[in-house]
Design a protein. Structure first.
Length: 186
């Protein structure tokens, strides 16, 4: 963990001096300098005092870099293709066990010729167009603004039944890293 760097970054962003932190916490400037350069590790109680002085939750200081806010700007989205119909997949973001993608299906296109299954759960939001969805024995048609969800271990299929491209926002949750969701990893 890089707690010291997190403390320094927050302190500088909030225009707080080391002296002000020391005044609020009772810690010495030398000790705070060693904390910020990761030369010493403060106790949880000391870290809580520092967090209070910075006006941030203690838990935030304990997050690893990959657990903090991840930003994907529209211009920087990874775009891949998936399946035999080479569906356009925009990777919007990912967390440890969750990913969000936006899939564009041309008219008549589907996620495959036959239903497929994989580890995890999915939530779909139809952004544009008309689609047909099949999950086991359940089938339904959806339009813009409609949403649906399912356990992905049951074979499922999504098809564009409209005259124009359909766009679906999909959030995929998987408990285990071993499962490979249909739309691939970011």
């Amino acid at each position: 963990m890089d707690i010291g760097n997190a403390i320094r970054t927050i302190r500088k962003r909030k225009n707080i001096t080391i002296a002000q932190i020391c005044e609020d916490t009772g810690l010495s400037q030398g000790f705070m300098s060693q904390v910020e350069t990761n030369k010493t590790s403060p106790s949880i109680a000391t870290l809580e005092n520092i967090a209070n002085a910075l006006k941030v939750p203690l838990a935030y200081l304990l997050l690893r870099k990959e657990e903090r806010m991840q930003i994907v700007r529209k211009a920087d989205r990874m775009i891949t293709t998936s399946g035999p119909e080479r569906l356009k997949v925009e990777h919007l973001g990912a967390a440890k066990n969750m990913r969000m993608v936006m899939v564009e299906l041309p008219p008549g296109a589907s996620t495959g010729e036959t239903p497929h299954a994989h580890e995890g759960e999915e939530v779909h939001l139809v952004i544009k167009g008309r689609i047909y969805a099949e999950h086991g024995e359940d089938t339904a048609e959806f339009g813009e603004g409609d949403s649906f969800s399912w356990n992905a271990c049951t074979p499922h299929l999504v098809r564009n039944i409209g005259e124009e491209a359909a766009v679906i926002l999909i959030s995929v949750y998987t408990e285990a890293e071993q499962g490979e969701p249909y739309f691939g990893r970011q």
